[in-house]
Design a protein around this ligand. Structure first.
Ligand code: NI
Ligand code: MN
Length: 223
């Protein structure tokens, strides 16, 4: 069992176990660092952390063309339904959606969530079980003490944490967050994309986890 983790840039990922694939937060159009176009992506599932434009991104296009099932907050799913998507799996904090590859659980995130002025529900982190691995995507968030509880409950072995500062944790807080989560591998996200964000992950030095810096388009296989 293995998963291939492809970084799409910003907070976006494509995860694949060889049979099923999951896209998370595909912000490609308008992302100056993206190396993959929406037309190059297809998946059978797509999950969103929250409703901000740099996370919803190309969801309607990719999910519509691929026929993917979208997993997102109830309010985001309502909006996606209005855009014409039909395969929707709404959820909220604490809930787990069972999928063909495993599952996706919603955890809390300390942030906001709206799209063009419309309330998009609570922002979330996502815990993905796929290919014998547990991948925690923190979404956009500050550090919070319950990350230790997320670590205890879900035992993620790989985590993706925002380090870009200003709208989320910076690298020092993200290091402490990673220590609370207890993962072996940590991928810094949500930096470099815009001038307002930190332009590197300097200072992201978790005590135990190895740091895996991926450039947009890079794939890392976890056996
Ligand atoms: Ni956001
Ligand atoms: Mn964001």
């Amino acid at each position: 069992m293995a998963i291939d983790i492809t970084f799409l840039g910003h907070s976006g990922f494509l995860l694949s176990d060889g049979t099923h694939s999951l896209v998370i937060d595909p912000f490609l159009t308008g992302n100056p660092l993206a190396t993959i176009s929406p037309q190059q992506l297809s998946c059978d599932y797509l999950a969103l952390t929250h409703g901000h434009a740099d996370h919803i991104g190309d969801t309607v296009d990719i999910a519509g063309r691929s026929g993917a099932t979208v997993i997102a907050a109830f309010e985001i799913c309502n909006w996606l339904g209005e855009q014409g998507l039909q395969k929707l799996e709404p959820g909220n904090h604490g809930g787990t959606i069972v999928t063909a590859f495993g599952s996706v659980a919603f955890t809390k995130a300390y942030h906001s969530s709206s799209y063009e002025g419309r309330y998009m529900g609570m922002p979330a982190g996502l815990v993905v079980q796929m290919g014998g691995h547990t991948f925690y995507h923190a979404g956009d968030t500050d550090i919070f003490g319950d990350m230790a509880l997320i670590g205890e409950i879900y035992r993620p072995d790989v985590v993706a944490l925002p380090v870009g500062d200003r709208f989320t944790m910076g690298p020092e807080q993200a290091s402490r967050a990673c220590d609370m989560l207890g993962a072996e591998l940590a991928i810094p996200i949500h930096y470099r994309t815009f001038d307002l964000l930190r332009q590197d992950a300097v200072g992201f030095n978790p005590a135990k986890a190895a740091v895996l810096q991926l450039n947009p388009g890079d794939t890392h296989r976890l056996d």
